[in-house]
Each structure stands twice: as C-alpha cells, then as structure tokens.
Design a protein around this ligand. Sequence first.
Ligand SMILES: [Zn+2]
Length: 375
Amino acid sequence: MAALPIFFSQVVGHEMALRLLRRTIASGEVAHAYLLTGAAGVGKHTVAHAFAAALACLYPSLEGEACGECESCRRLMRGSHPEIHTIAPYSEQTLIWQLWDGHSVPREAKAHQVGVIGRTINFAPQFGRRIVYIFTRAETLTEAAANSLLKTIEEPPPYAVFLLLAPMPEDVIETIRSRCQWVPLYPVQTSVIADWLITQHGVEPSLAQRGALLSQGCPGRAWSFATQPQAMKLWDSLADLAYAVATEPHGTAPALVLAERLRALASIDISLHEKDGGDAEPSSKTKAPSRGALLLAMDALCAWFRDALWMACGGETSGVVYQGDEPRLRRAATAMGVQRLMRTLETILDMRRAVEGNANVQLASEVLMMRLLSP
Ligand SMILES: [Zn+2]
C-alpha cells in the first residue's frame, strides 16, 4: 500500500504488535529472529519494513521509532539500503542458492538475487545499526533452504536480525519456528481501514467503505480495491462466478467451464503494494494462474457464500460484505439452503488448504468446481 513505511506511526491497525516492536527497539533487547504471521494483505511486509527501519536506525527515539534523519533512514527513504535485504520467492519457492553461494543457480537469476546471506552476513553494517533479512514468504522456503538457516538463525552475528513472514506459524517448519519470536498480526477493523483510505489516500468515502468491507481486515487488499479499478472489477467477476456456482445445473461439463473461468480470474495480477519489493520473481507478467491469486479468488468466493449463508440464516443485509449484491445473495440463499451453503464453504476452505499446501493449481480449480457442482 503506497510505498512501504519506515515509521510505525504510518502503519494502519496492529496496535498490539506495534507496541511490542516499539518496546523491543526502545529497550534494545532484540531477538535474532521474528516470525510475523497473518493473511495476505494484512500488513506483514508493511510492519516488517517499519521494524527493519527502526532496527537499522542509528538514533531511534525513546518511543522506538526510527529517527528519519540518520544515514540508514535516509538511504531507506531513497529506496536503496544495502543492509536491509528482502528475500522473495524465486518463482514459487525460496531456494538455497538465494541464500548461500556454492549451489547451482538458474541462468536467468540476477547477481543480486544469489547468495544474499552468504555474501553479507559476516560484514558488520556500515550505514545502519543492524543488518536485516526479510523473508517475504517464509512458507515457501524449501527444506534444504530452511535447514541451511537453522544455525545462522540460532547464532547469528550480534548485528543480524531475521524477519520471516508467513500466513500461519504452522507454515514454517518447527525447527525454524521455535527459534523465532512470534508476532501475530490480526485482521484490522473495517472502520479503521475505511478511515485510513479516506484520510491518507483521499479515497471517496463510499468506495473506501466498500473496499474496507471486501478486504476483510486486510488494508493492503482494501488499498488495491480502492485504487486499482481492475481489482474491484475482479472481485465483482468473482461474485458473478459464485452466483453461477449457486445457479448452474450440476455436472462435469459446467464444472469444467467454471474452473476455466476461475483460472482466468486467478491470472489477473493485483498488487497489494505500489512497489512490492518482490524483485526475485523471474517475470511479473505471467499469464498462468498464480497460487497467490487463486488463494485470493477463493477468499472472495468464501466471502460471497458466507454472505449467502448469513442471509439464509435470516441475518440483516447490513452484515454482508458484498453490499449491493443482496438480491442475488438472497436468491442463492433460497436456492441452496443452509446445509448446501455450509458444505460449499467447507469445500472451498478444504481446497484452499490444498492450494496453500502446494496442490497443482489447474487440478485444484477443477476438483473444486466438480465438488461444488456435484449433487
Ligand atoms: Zn535513523
């Protein structure tokens, strides 16, 4: 969302986590490694970036904020800090050659992506107080990469700090997890997100409210809804798809057609940040559906069917996420009934776990639709 912040005060929501991290900076009692968990778009990278800024800052304030003026802060504000390293997955995995030299490297890899830890960790920082490594998706660490980190994370040089970001603690292997201090991030209140969109990003109030609702507690998603018209359109198309699931006749043929539609929608790349720092991706313009986009699409389907279930149970229309779609939600509620809606939600959540756990994207979308359209 916009550029990544260097001050905690720029972060929306997450008071508890920020209080903990501020106290960490102010007291100087810094752990070797932190595990920040939460849904995509909830603000893990945002919080980690502000934390990294404060960790590297030469003169942090008594409240634990970066000073904004030292060499380290100024480099970060210019967007290039040689001692804060962001390690994003290459394709879909975070691989051992990204961390250490001496492993075989694909030809397309760029020099700055190779052996990031190996070539930097033994040199004390020149500009800031600490060297920080941010793993934007620690759940994608391969077993070899994760194992290669164990010793380093346990006994790094005193100036090195590791920040690992993942959806849930269980997504990172136990041996790594147990060496990290856990910082859970929870969904941010809708009203807080809407306010932030209006006051910080000048978003028109009704659009801000809709984006905040659809984001389900994730400021990054809300920002993309409110500022990228194609993101809102995508969410509407996913509502159309959900409605089709509710009204199509059962059977394999319609299921495969809907699976194709789902994959097409999961190929649209929606950015959660203006600049994502994820430069390890070999190509940002893939046409194939991506795992992350499919997960977001499944979240949208879930939200729509939860709305329908809410209405099937006699809930007020003010409680639905898909404001404005009440007529179709009501029709789906009547047509499907509580039992089938609950089964539908279970099926989507089930397949979501499979996709998170590396199931084949094409196959998963087909199995999902077949199960949703089986009698
Ligand atoms: Zn500073």
